[in-house]
Design a protein around this ligand. Structure first.
Ligand code: NAD
Length: 292
């Protein structure tokens, strides 16, 4: 499938995603508040739009990749629905709160448009290489319409259920990731204090019941396990600020539905502590320095 995609929000993630749409034969009409982001998109072959509404006019699909719920709401309460052509599908790939996501999708439906939430797993490198995983919330026909567009930007596109369920999958996954990373850091720091060599502990725990992705794919100890941000002083990777953002979304969502998430709250408090120490730009596995 090819067609014209309006892409709104071409920052760290959106820039790479739009480039992959272009590589896969889609035309891209780009809009961002940042001139620098737009210039970069143009260098990849996108057409610069003057506003969100201008980008959306005549597009077959609209993809948004924005920082937070307030930015998503600002774009969708603007005139994008009025400007879109009939039959266009709207795809919000931003990580935002479930309530805002459901409200925006309901507004799209009220205006006669199909829409999905499709947050991603994978960071800036996966966005650039087209290997993101998309967790998609929306009805079956909206999912079917958005799938080929998402497939051009990722390696997996998974239907998570109705509107907002992509966000639900994303925050539950990242809450689990935050907690397992902290537990992994805690165990390595303690093992070392008791006198256990980190590599030896890795060799044992990575094939024992304490194994997790945080240990065997993203080990927080430098020089242990496959290459990870720990091997470059915790630069690059998944920023502590973004982990904290996702944990806040998770604990807010838990409160809204009365779910008990004591580990999620503990993870949020610890990542807040790490961020307060000026570490918010460093990879989230730098947690080990707080616990060492
Ligand atoms: P970013 O800040 O680099 O990019 C966001 C872009 O949106 C910016 O270029 C900004 O100018 C633009 N923008 C903001 N408001 C706008 C508006 N009203 N109209 C048009 N453009 C507007 O952020 P990012 O790192 O690309 O992240 C985007 C989303 O992806 C976030 O929700 C984030 O949580 C999620 N995410 C990020 C990563 C990551 O590793 N960076 C990983 C997974 C998910």
């Amino acid at each position: 499938m090819t067609g014209t995609i309006a892409f709104i929000g071409l920052g760290n993630m959106g820039g790479g995603m739009a480039a992959n749409l272009l590589k896969n034969g889609f035309a891209v009409r780009a809009f961002d508040l940042s001139d620098e982001a737009l210039a970069k998109a143009e260098s990849h072959g996108a057409l610069r739009a003057a506003s969100a509404a201008d980008a959306v006019a005549n597009a077959d699909a609209v993809v948004t990749m924005l920082p937070a719920g307030k930015h998503v709401e600002a774009v969708y309460t603007g005139d994008v629905f009025g400007a879109a052509k009939s039959g266009a599908v709207f795809i919000d790939c931003s990580t935002i709160d479930v309530a805002t996501s459901r409200r925006v999708i309901a507004a799209a439906q009220d205006n006669g448009f199909a829409m999905v939430d499709a947050p991603v797993s994978g960071g800036i490198a996966a966005a650039a290489s087209g290997t993101l995983t998309f967790m998609v919330g929306g009805d079956g026909s909206a999912f079917a319409q958005s799938r080929p567009i998402l497939a051009a930007m990722g390696k997996a596109v998974i239907h998570a259920g109705g509107p907002g369920n992509g966000q639900a999958a994303k925050i539950c996954n990242n809450m689990l990731l935050g907690a397992t990373m902290i537990a992994t850091c805690e165990a390595f720091a303690m093992a070392q204090k008791i006198g256990l060599d980190p590599q030896t502990f890795y060799d044992i725990a990575s094939i024992s019941s304490g194994q997790s992705w945080s240990m065997t794919s993203y080990c927080p100890v430098p020089g242990v396990g496959p290459q990870s941000p720990a091997d470059r002083d915790y630069e690059g990777g998944f920023a502590t600020a973004l982990m904290l953002k996702d944990l806040k979304l998770a604990t807010e969502a838990a409160a809204a539905v009365g779910a008990s998430v004591p580990m999620g709250h503990a993870a949020e408090a610890l990542y807040q502590m790490l961020a307060n120490r000026g570490q918010d730009h460093r990879d989230f596995s730098a947690m080990i320095e707080l616990l060492a």
